[in-house]
Ligand binder design. Structure first.
Ligand SMILES: NC(=O)c1ccc[n+]([C@@H]2O[C@H](COP(=O)([O-])OP(=O)(O)OC[C@H]3O[C@@H](n4cnc5c(N)ncnc54)[C@H](O)[C@@H]3O)[C@@H](O)[C@H]2O)c1
Ligand SMILES: [Zn+2]
Length: 350
């Protein structure tokens, strides 16, 4: 469900889509005073509810937090007839989702995403999990939610940087599947930056449709789902080699431009694609060139060690043009990225 002020009737939505004997609201310490406490209270008016909180931030998306949260559920006596309500950004969604996937071998889950990224990306598709010292999202499970309730009124408290970070993923959805949608986002940049409800609802709906359509075709990431990785091969390498300090959407913004340039160098991507991406991203003040401190050698090394790399070959999702992903002659969704061409694109930096 996508709309404005939907949370006013959360108990009704829960009763309809996820009836349970008790609801455990999981949120982080930043979102708790903004929305989590009120949501737990409102649910509590018609059903037993608990509020469980953990510290905010990616550094807490860990097995240690998972252990603390599941211990709290056990101490509260939550049984198989309980349901988890995840209230927060992607960190809360991934963390609470993994608790729901594993607690008593799996209990129902409802997502109440409160960041734009969580509304259009992380709450859709059923991926849950935690980070480890060896890398991000390496331990997890697929666990589909019973309901995702995106209430755009919660975006009002989100920082402009986090709004822009979500928009980068929305532009990615347009770039891989719908050129008209891509152009609409760019044209509506003023309304979107101001978080106008009508513009946000339209944006979230179309992005969710695109992501959901891909995930429905390939829910276990065997082929088509790779298209969602556009911008992420270079984006992840940039994040990993800069200590994950850069907002994810900014890394993806740079990754999309560089992967479009790479595609053009390889003769796969139309030459106007990178400029179109660059101007749309710039309208949202998203970066489009590597930051000064980026280490292109380390980035290539990182790409070669990615968990999805087969036989030391870097494979990437490439566009044909804005709105269309290019398949290889053999029908694959990812292309081998020649190391020399990748080095050249990273080296030039723009
Ligand atoms: N499961 C998936 O398919 C998937 C997809 C993409 C990303 N992710 C994951 O999502 C995470 C990133 O998510 P994110 O960008 O939402 O980060 P986040 O969850 O860390 O949220 C960003 C910050 O905003 C705060 N916040 C959340 N909602 C707010 C609101 N309405 N008002 C004010 N502050 C608010 C949070 O407390 C946090 O400090 C990463 O861990 C990433 O791996 C998962
Ligand atoms: Zn992403």
């Amino acid at each position: 469900m996508v709309g404005d002020s939907l949370l006013d009737d959360l108990p009704g939505w829960l009763e309809q889509s996820c009836p349970a004997a008790v609801y455990v609201v999981i949120t982080d310490a930043t979102v708790a005073p903004l929305y989590g406490e009120e949501i737990a209270e409102r649910i509590g008016e018609s059903a037993p509810s608990h509020l469980v909180t953990f510290p905010a931030g990616e550094s807490h998306k860990t097995r240690e937090t998972w252990a603390t949260l599941t211990d709290k559920l056990l101490a509260a006596g939550a049984g198989r007839d309980a349901a988890i309500v995840a209230v927060g950004g992607g960190v809360v969604g991934d963390m609470a989702g993994f608790v729901a996937a594993t607690y008593l071998r799996g209990i129902p889950l409802v997502h109440v995403p409160t960041t734009l990224l969580a509304m259009i990306d992380s709450s859709i598709g059923g991926k849950t999990g935690v980070d480890t010292a060896a890398g991000k999202n390496l331990v997890g499970a697929f666990h589909q939610p019973r309901l995702v309730l995106a209430d755009v009124s919660t975006l009002g408290t989100l920082s402009p940087v986090h709004i822009a970070s979500g928009v980068a993923e929305a532009l990615k959805h347009g770039a891989i599947a719908d050129a008209e949608y891509f152009e609409r986002i760019a044209a509506q940049h003023v309304q979107i930056k101001a978080c106008r409800p009508a513009a946000m609802i339209e944006l979230i709906k179309r992005s969710v449709e695109i992501k959901a359509a891909v995930v429905c075709e390939d829910d276990r990431e065997e082929g088509l789902r790779a298209v969602l990785n556009f911008g992420h091969t270079i984006g992840h390498a940039l994040e990993a080699t800069t200590g994950f300090e850069m907002p994810h959407g900014e890394a993806v913004a740079i990754g999309m431009v560089l992967e479009a340039e790479l595609g053009t160098s390889l003769g796969v991507t139309d030459s106007d694609t990178a400029p179109l991406l660059r101007s749309a991203l710039e309208a949202f003040r998203l970066p489009t060139v590597l930051p000064a401190g980026a280490d292109s050698q380390a980035m290539v090394a990182n790409m070669l060690h990615d968990k999805k790399v087969r036989q030391r070959e870097i494979r990437l999702t490439l566009l044909k043009s804005v709105g269309q992903v290019a398949k290889t002659g053999g029908g694959a969704w990812t292309h081998p990225g020649r190391e020399d061409v990748i080095r050249a694109v990273l080296g030039s930096g723009s």
